[in-house]
Design a protein around this ligand. Structure first.
Ligand code: CO
Ligand code: CO
Length: 330
């Protein structure tokens, strides 16, 4: 393979001109210089992974939405991004790569950020994602550690992409519909909940990804020295997720999440065990979990729904418990 082949596939997809860019890849530079807004702090994050849907353009969008999400989860807005690409250029047509990158570019543009370059290597399997730099108000951002007793917990996407992705990978009957459902949610930017953090001055937020809802909730409860109560029946699920989990399509990572969490989680007797498993389902580009002071919860829910966002209160935050449990599923 000529080293130029990958670069050839990238041509025309990442060279943007914008007044914020002083110099960049349009001038064949290997780095970009971008103006930085005065008074802002930098949010820096990176993520990439293997395809979870078959359509390369859709995969590009999902991977980019996922990478951008960690900026939104802190209440920041994406500013510049760079592609991270692993691709088997010797055995796979470069048009597949172009479609992935086109999907990624479109999501970055939808987020109002600039794609200013990237790096690609040859690899046995496809991997794609972005390094993203965002900007945030240094006085106004959210973290895992910001929960307070009395906060409402609001979730902004349904759970189940791990189970559905497992069914797609296994070419389970009905895969096309599953792919549709995963794409619908996982390609969706967490922009509106990110804006809610800034607008309402929220202090606690995370995005739900590989550790599942339960794992990420537990991280927040521990970092905030609180405990969390989740009403399992109020948690929105993706179409087909419960049926597929019931026939055993929970990915290995989701089982590992449950095992990792079990010492600090209490589950009420009588809950559907499959539904409980789904609380640990590893998500790709999942929704945000926001901690919202109780008095603000109705306003935040209404504000997000007015903007077309799914926003569901799934639980509350309580003081730390004497028995050391951090999460109760009831
Ligand atoms: Co991440
Ligand atoms: Co995250």
């Amino acid at each position: 393979m000529a080293p130029g082949d990958l670069e050839q596939a990238l041509l025309g997809l990442q060279f943007e001109s914008d007044e914020r860019i002083l110099t960049g890849m349009g001038n064949s530079e290997d780095a970009a210089i971008v103006r930085f807004p005065a008074g802002k702090a930098l949010v820096q994050t990176l993520d990439f992974f293997t395809p979870i849907v078959n359509d390369p353009y859709r995969f590009g969008q999902i991977a980019a939405a996922n990478s951008l999400s960690d900026v939104y989860a802190m209440g920041g807005s994406p500013y510049v991004a760079m592609n991270i690409v692993c691709f088997p250029i010797a055995t796979m047509d470069a048009s597949v790569l172009r479609e992935i990158l086109r999907g990624g570019l479109h999501k970055v543009q939808e987020a109002g950020a600039l794609l200013v370059g990237g790096h690609s290597i040859q690899d046995k399997e496809i991997k794609y994602g972005l390094s993203v730099s965002g900007i945030v108000d240094p006085e106004n951002y959210a973290t895992n550690a910001g929960l307070r007793p009395g906060d409402a917990l609001i979730l902004t996407k349904p759970i189940g992409s791990g189970v559905l992705a497992t069914a797609i990978k296994g070419q389970w009957e009905g895969s096309e519909g599953f792919e549709e459902e995963v794409f619908r949610w996982a390609s969706r930017l967490n922009r509106v909940p990110g804006e809610a953090v800034a607008k309402f001055g929220l202090r606690a937020a995370t995005d739900i990804t590989g550790f599942g809802l339960g794992g990420h909730a537990l991280e927040m409860a521990t970092a905030s020295d609180c405990s969390i109560r989740i009403d399992v029946l109020s948690v929105p699920l993706m179409d087909h997720a419960l049926d597929l989990a019931r026939v055993g399509l929970l990915p290995l990572g989701s089982h590992a999440n449950k095992h990792f969490c079990h010492k600090t989680v209490e589950a009420s007797a009588g809950l559907d065990p499959v539904l409980l498993d789904l609380m640990y389902d590893a998500q790709t580009s999942g929704g945000m979990l926001l901690g919202v002071p109780g008095a603000q919860a109705a306003d935040v829910l209404a504000w997000m729904r007015e903007r077309g966002e799914m926003a569901v209160q799934i639980g509350i935050v309580e003081p730390p418990r004497l028995d050391g449990k951090r999460l109760s599923l009831c």
